[in-house]
Design a protein around this ligand. Structure first.
Ligand code: GDP
Length: 296
């Protein structure tokens, strides 16, 4: 299960704190050293951990906490609050254009779960009374178009394709025309991924962005890849100025690093989480619920 190691270590630390009654400054610092190690082992970005620990420590050795009747409880509460802040405080809704169609561009490395997420998002938005159109703009990966058509078919959502001989910028452009003519108010563009970030791919994505002026550019990253997910997020953000992140495979045994680092490193919020292979396995990302899950 996700976060298992982190949750377990934090609980051990908190148990020790609770057993102490009154806390000394040293008790707090010792506990913070353990929290720091637990976060690093969970693959949270080093600088994020350092800043987090500094803020929590400063608050926790404040007078209010040390003199309170339940100091351990107060310290745990501070960790919880700061963890929520780290992940963006509140949920980040997607930007719906006042002038339909709303254009959502999904980007990310191959295998991150982009195509699956396109269909999940379409299903989710339709439940919210929208009329999505899926757009197959990955013309390189064999069977990517077919995969999207199959997923679209499963949930009865139309898939726009011009095959794999038309360039993705033109596909994206044509899809907007199609959406307008066919009363589709959300266009979800599934773009190509590569195994690694490469210049050619970025140029193509920049080209699509320029052509369709998306309301959202959501980067799909695999939570299981930890620090790598954060590096990928940073690179895509530098090139494309993404509007948000979707973490996939949070149902797997991810150590948690990506969920806790991405917002702090890129400044961009996590908007959704993929929690399984089924098309209904999508969650809105709530920082407070995620923090509670991590703290156990
Ligand atoms: P793409 O190359 O980025 O388009 O990735 P795909 O959408 O083809 O997904 C790659 C694999 O990850 C597929 O086998 C998906 O079923 C799987 N997958 C995608 N999202 C999730 C998720 O949230 N949880 C789990 N367990 N598997 C996922």
């Amino acid at each position: 299960m996700a976060f298992e190691g982190l949750t377990h270590k934090l609980q051990e630390t908190f148990k020790k704190l609770r057993g102490k009654g009154k806390l000394s400054e040293k008790d707090v610092k010792d506990a913070m050293r353990e929290v720091k190690l637990a976060l690093l082992e969970a693959d949270v970005n080093y600088k994020v951990v350092k800043d987090f620990i500094n803020v929590v420590t400063e608050r926790a050795i404040g007078q209010e906490v040390m003199e309170s009747l339940t100091p351990a409880q107060q310290v745990i509460k501070i960790v919880h609050e700061e963890m929520i802040k780290l992940m963006g405080s509140t949920e980040s809704k997607i930007n719906i254009s006042p002038k339909p169609p709303t254009v959502i561009m999904l980007v990310g490395l191959q295998g991150a779960g982009k195509t699956t997420m396109a269909a999940k998002l379409a299903l989710h938005l339709r439940k919210n009374n929208k009329h999505p159109l899926l757009v197959a703009a990955d013309i390189y990966r064999p069977a990517a178009i077919k995969q999207l058509q199959i997923l679209g078919g499963q949930i009865d959502i139309p898939v726009f394709t011009l095959g794999d001989k038309v360039n993705p910028v033109d596909i994206a452009k044509a899809s907007l025309e199609y959406a307008k003519k066919n009363a589709k108010d959300i266009v979800i563009i599934d773009t190509a991924g590569r195994l690694h970030i490469d210049e050619e791919l970025m140029l193509e994505l920049e080209g699509i962005k320029k052509e369709v002026n998306p309301d959202e550019i959501l980067l799909v990253v695999d939570a299981m890849t930890g620090q790598d997910a954060v590096n990928v997020a940073q690179s895509f953000n530098d090139k494309l100025d993404i509007t948000g992140v979707i973490l996939t495979k949070l149902d797997g045994d991810t150590r948690g690093g990506a969920a806790l680092s991405v917002k702090a490193v890129t400044g961009k919020p996590i908007k959704y989480a993929g929690v399984g292979e089924k098309l209904s396995d999508l969650e809105i990302f709530y920082p407070d619920r995620m923090a509670s899950r991590i703290l156990g």
